[in-house]
Design a protein around this ligand. Structure first.
Ligand code: 5GP
Ligand code: ZN
Length: 112
């Protein structure tokens, strides 16, 4: 999508602090970290949110979770939280599917 911030970040048109990249997904540090470790994993192809995952594109979501598992091991994250906000009321502010990976501090439940 031409006017999507995360499409532009995935394409390298807007700079970001890269954690990992392959042909399907891109991971980068959040610009406003909410924990000592806070990065985002996004598909390179535009998907609006979890609500747009279908039979046709769910392989991308599965791949992203494999990448999260791999990166968390490589980064030595013993405990971490994966979050995806869907819709404005839940806190979604960028409408391109992304999974937050947060780690390095005590967390509360339920989330606010
Ligand atoms: P959401 O609020 O949609 O769940 O998450 C969007 C996340 O993207 C937020 O945590 C926000 O800090 C991050 N973000 C927004 N704009 C940028 C940007 O230009 N670069 C980076 N690295 N992160 C961004
Ligand atoms: Zn996009």
């Amino acid at each position: 999508m031409s006017d999507c911030l995360f499409c532009k970040i995935a394409a390298g048109e807007i700079p970001s602090n890269k954690v990992y990249e392959d042909e399907v997904c891109y991971a980068f540090h959040d610009i406003a970290p909410q924990a000592p470790t806070h990065f985002l994993v996004i598909p390179k192809a535009h998907i609006g949110s979890v609500s747009e995952i279908t039979e046709d594109n769910s392989g991308v979501a599965a791949h992203i979770f494999e990448v999260i598992a791999k990166l968390s091991k490589e980064l030595g994250l013993d405990s971490y939280r994966v979050v995806s906000n869907i819709g404005e009321q839940a806190g979604q502010s960028v409408f391109h599917l992304h999974f937050h990976v947060l780690s390095g501090r005590d967390m509360t439940w339920p989330p606010g």
